[in-house]
Design a binder for this molecule. Structure first.
Ligand code: HAM
Length: 410
């Protein structure tokens, strides 16, 4: 038996309904803030991501050569693609540009619960606003979008300036290696990286940075950095709106393009793979031939949100199975259509089973059977059987539709 590729999943109808429902809630949340949906290709030129996304992600990419000899990759994330699209198509649009997306991404990672090779991100990008209000907007929107899904989470908000300030004298490669350990909360790796580079003097301030939970304290550790006013203004705006977050200056983010404010959210009921959102401010457009525009955004790990919310009950809507004798097939199609026109799901027999077998099938797949025997066909009526109670009654088609509609439409 052939199996699906490692790290991918199949979704059965119940699961897909749950996914669509949560996706819909996220869409509604972002639409209210003015974010409009965009779509970019599933694959891009490799260099789009090698330019700035960071070592980690590059090693994890699905890279291939196309028939024209071009180096391509399945997208590991959407931000770089959206900024490429902005440079190609959106430069003339009035700023700020508010875009959102729901897209599958591909990373060649070691699969485990909550970590897949194909996964979906729901994200936003805010392009062209370089203010504390813009920083606060994306954080507030992240909070609202996550809350719309019903997940319970902790939101951590930080800024890269204090960490970059501590690491300012280091070569870019060393900075990146240390930030990668901080991002992964890899204490052993961090220790080795600091010892190996003769940088043990940074052990204490980096630990203090990660543990610090107040704004004044952070500037006591790193001194007065130029970004201080912006950081304070952003946090003050969040406080003014009673956003429930925790300052966290240990956030390093795995992608290399971030420039300032950074934030992450963690689902309370998940284990190792509990990060359900990541985002921050960044600059990318200038690398792709555009202006050096300030941007910010976030992406929600949609699959992790689904693991976190679990298998909630779906609203049940009535299903009608149309049961008919062989001569009444045309009438059955007419009846099924009338139910559908009223917004009710109706399924006709396609197997040419006998009427008894049709009713048994309907009892397993539907809530009502609409029976079209000889008498009903002659009288122009239908017999409506409630498959849960077993009660049945011959009625006009209109009455039968009205009765089923009392239980809701699809
Ligand atoms: P990221 O943190 O790499 O950021 O990914 C965002 C979210 O995608 C993660 O927090 C996680 O929930 C989910 N995720 C990542 N890898 C996997 C995986 N293998 N399986 C399941 N879920 C996964 C970005 O991608 C940035 N583009 C976010 C952003 C948008 N920054 C600014 N704008």
């Amino acid at each position: 038996m052939l199996q699906k590729p490692r790290g991918t999943r199949d979704f059965l109808p119940d699961e897909m309904e749950r996914r669509r429902l949560i996706e819909q809630r996220m869409r509604e949340a972002t639409r209210k803030w003015g974010y409009r949906e965009v779509c970019t290709p599933d694959f891009e030129h490799l260099e789009l991501f090698t330019m700035k996304s960071g070592e980690g992600i590059i090693q994890e990419m699905y890279v291939f050569e196309d028939k024209g000899g071009r180096q391509m990759t399945l997208r590991p994330e959407v931000t770089a693609a959206v900024l490429r699209m902005y440079v190609n198509e959106g430069k003339v649009l009035p700023k700020p540009i508010r875009w959102c997306y729901f897209a599958d991404c591909f990373r060649y990672e070691r699969p485990q619960k909550g970590r897949y090779r194909q996964f979906w991100q729901f994200g936003v990008e805010l392009i062209g606003a370089d203010t504390a209000s813009a920083d606060a907007e994306v954080i507030m929107l992240a909070d609202e979008t996550l809350r719309s899904s019903g997940v319970t989470f902790d939101l951590h908000v930080g800024h890269l300036a204090p960490m970059k300030h501590l690491l300012a004298d280091l070569a870019p490669g060393d900075q990146r290696a240390i930030m990668a350990c901080l991002d992964k909360h890899d204490q052993e790796g961090l220790k080795a990286a600091l010892v190996g580079r003769g940088l043990t003097r940074l052990t204490e301030p980096l630990a203090a940075l990660s543990e610090c939970r107040t704004i004044p304290e952070i500037f006591e550790i790193v001194g007065d950095v130029p970004e201080r006013a912006r950081v304070e203004e952003t946090f003050a705006l969040l406080d003014s709106q009673n956003i429930n977050y925790q300052p966290d200056f240990g956030i390093a983010r795995g992608l290399d393009y971030y420039t300032g404010m950074v934030f992450e959210a963690f689902a309370r009921n998940l284990g190792a793979e509990n990060q359900i959102l990541g985002g921050g401010t960044y600059r990318l457009a200038h690398l792709f031939g555009g202006d050096d525009v300030a941007s910010s955004g976030f992406a929600i790990g949609f699959d992790r949100v689904m693991v976190s919310v679990g298998d909630f009950a779906l609203e049940s809507r009535p299903v009608v199975g149309v049961v008919c004798m062989p001569e009444a097939r045309a009438r059955a199609l007419e009846v099924a259509r009338a139910f559908r026109d009223a917004g009710i799901r109706a399924e006709a027999d396609l197997m040419q089973r006998g009427m008894g077998a049709q009713v048994s099938h309907a009892a397993r797949t539907a809530d009502f059977a609409v029976v079209l025997g000889k008498r009903e066909v002659e009288a122009g009526t239908v017999t409506l059987r409630d498959l849960h109670s077993g009660e049945q009654q011959e009625r006009s088609l209109e009455d039968a539709i009205a009765e089923v509609a009392r239980y809701g439409a699809c």
